[in-house]
Design a protein around this ligand. Structure first.
Ligand code: G6P
Length: 368
C-alpha cells in the first residue's frame, strides 16, 4: 500500500497533488484546433441539441461537479439545465420525458441511487448519458452513450481528482454541444485555448499547500466553518464544505452568498470562521459587497481572491487571504477547489482523523 502512495502519507494527499496529471489525461486527444472531440458523444450531439432539457443526476461530489459546470453548459447550449440529487429524484418520482437528455455523473459508476435514477430515466424514454471514471462500470454499460473522465483510479474515499476531471469533461461536453452556434464561437475558442494551460495553473495553486497547512492549524479547534460562493463558484462552496465535513469531521456548510441575508447572516460573529470565494468573474462586485457586510458584523473572514486582489477585497477590515491564479471564469472552479481540498486534508491530519477511510463513509455507496 505504501508503494502505491509513493512519497505521500495518504491517498487523498497523493490524489490532490496528482491533479495536473489527471487533468492532462482527461483532456488528452480530445482538443483539436478550435474544437473538442468526444468520441462517445459524437453520434448523439444532434439529439442532445434538440432536447428540451438537460438534467444532471448524481450524488455527493459528482453532483457538485455538474453544478460547477452548469452555468457554462446553459450559456453554450441555450437549453435549460436542471440538477437532481439522485435520491431526491427517486423520492419524488420527478418527471422525466422522452425529450430530455439525462446526464448521470458518477466517479465509480456504481452508486445505487444514481443507477436507480438511470433505470427510471431509461424507462421514461430519456436519452441517458454517462460520465464516469470507471470503464466497464454499470453506469458505462447501461447508458446510451457517454464520456470517461480518465482521471486514473481514485482510492481516497473523499473524491478529489475525479471532481476536477468531471468539471473539465462537462465543460468539454458543453463545448461540443454548442459547437454549431456561430454567436458563441469566440467564447468557445477562448476556452478551448485555455484548457491546455489548466494543468500548469493547477500546479501553481498546489504551491499553497504550506499556507493551507498553516490555516488548518489555526482552524483545527473550531466547531464549524462556513463557505460562501456564488455563480461558477457556488459549487466550490458546497464541495469545499463537503470535503471538510467528510474527512475532517468538522461541521461545515457551503452557502450561496446571494442567500446570506436570508438566514446565514444571523450566525456571523467574531469567532465563526467564514471562507468567502471572491475570485474575478461577473459576480466579483457582488462578492465585494458581501465581504463588506460581513466586515460590518465583525465576521472572521478568510477570502479567496485572484492573485493581486488581496488589498482590494479586504479593504475595510482584517481577513486572511488565499490568493489563487486567475483562469477563464468557467474553469476557475477547478482552481478554487484545490486550496479547500488541501485545507480539508490538513485539518483532518491535525485533528487526528483517518484521511482515507473517514468514519461511517464508503467510497462507493452501492446500497440505498
Ligand atoms: C460517496 C463517496 C463520495 C462520492 C459519492 C458519489 O459518498 O464517499 O466521495 O462523491 O459517493 O459517488 P460516485 O462514485 O457516484 O461519484
Amino acid at each position: 500500500e505504501q508503494i502505491k502512495k509513493g512519497n505521500y502519507d495518504h491517498f487523498m494527499q497523493k490524489e490532490i497533488h496528482e491533479q495536473p496529471h489527471s487533468l492532462t489525461t482527461t483532456m488528452r486527444g480530445r482538443l483539436r484546433d478550435n474544437s473538442v472531440v468526444l468520441g462517445g458523444l459524437k453520434d448523439h450531439l444532434k439529439t442532445i441539441r434538440h432536447s428540451r432539457r438537460i438534467i444532471f443526476i448524481g450524488c455527493g461530489t459528482s453532483y457538485n461537479a455538474a453544478l460547477a459546470a452548469r452555468p457554462f453548459l446553459e450559456e453554450l447550449s441555450g437549453i435549460p439545465v436542471s440538477m437532481e440529487l439522485a435520491s431526491d429524484l427517486l423520492d419524488r418520482q420527478g418527471p422525466i420525458y422522452r425529450e430530455d437528455t439525462a446526464v448521470f455523473v458518477s466517479q465509480s459508476g456504481e452508486t445505487a441511487d444514481t443507477l436507480l435514477a438511470l433505470e427510471y430515466s431509461l424507462a421514461n424514454g430519456a436519452l441517458c448519458v454517462g460520465i464516469t471514471n470507471t470503464v466497464g462500470s454499470t453506469l458505462a454499460r447501461k447508458t446510451h452513450c457517454g464520456v470517461h473522465i480518465n482521471a486514473g483510479c481514485e482510492i481516497g474515499v473523499a473524491s478529489t481528482k475525479a471532481y476536477t476531471s468531471q468539471i473539465v469533461v462537462i465543460t468539454m461536453m458543453a463545448l461540443a454541444i454548442g459547437a454549431d452556434k456561430l454567436s458563441t464561437q469566440s467564447r468557445r475558442e477562448d476556452i478551448i485555448n485555455n484548457l491546455p494551460t489548466l494543468p500548469d495553473k493547477v500546479s501553481d495553486v498546489l504551491k499553497l499547500d504550506v499556507q493551507m497547512k498553516d490555516l488548518a492549524r489555526s482552524l483545527m479547534q473550531m466547531q464549524s466553518l462556513l463557505v460562501f460562493g456564488r455563480g461558477y463558484n457556488y459549487a466550490t462552496a458546497l464541495e469545499g464544505a463537503l470535503k471538510v465535513k467528510e474527512v475532517a469531521l468538522m461541521h461545515s456548510e457551503g452557502m450561496l452568498a446571494g442567500e446570506m441575508k436570508h438566514g446565514p447572516l444571523a450566525l456571523v460573529d467574531e469567532t465563526l470562521p467564514i471562507i468567502v470565494i471572491a475570485t474575478r468573474d461577473a459576480c466579483f462586485s457582488k462578492q465585494q459587497s458581501v465581504i463588506q457586510q460581513l466586515h460590518a458584523r465583525k465576521g472572521r473572514l478568510i477570502v479567496m481572491c485572484s492573485v493581486g486582489d488581496a488589498a482590494s477585497v479586504c479593504a475595510g477590515g482584517s481577513c486572511r487571504i488565499i490568493e489563487v491564479p486567475q483562469v477563464a471564469d468557467c474553469l476557475q472552479p477547478v482552481i478554487n477547489i484545490i486550496p479547500l481540498q488541501l485545507l480539508a486534508y490538513h485539518l483532518t491530519v491535525s485533528r487526528g482523523y483517518d484521511v482515507d477511510q473517514p468514519r461511517n463513509l464508503a467510497k462507493s455507496v452501492t446500497t440505498q
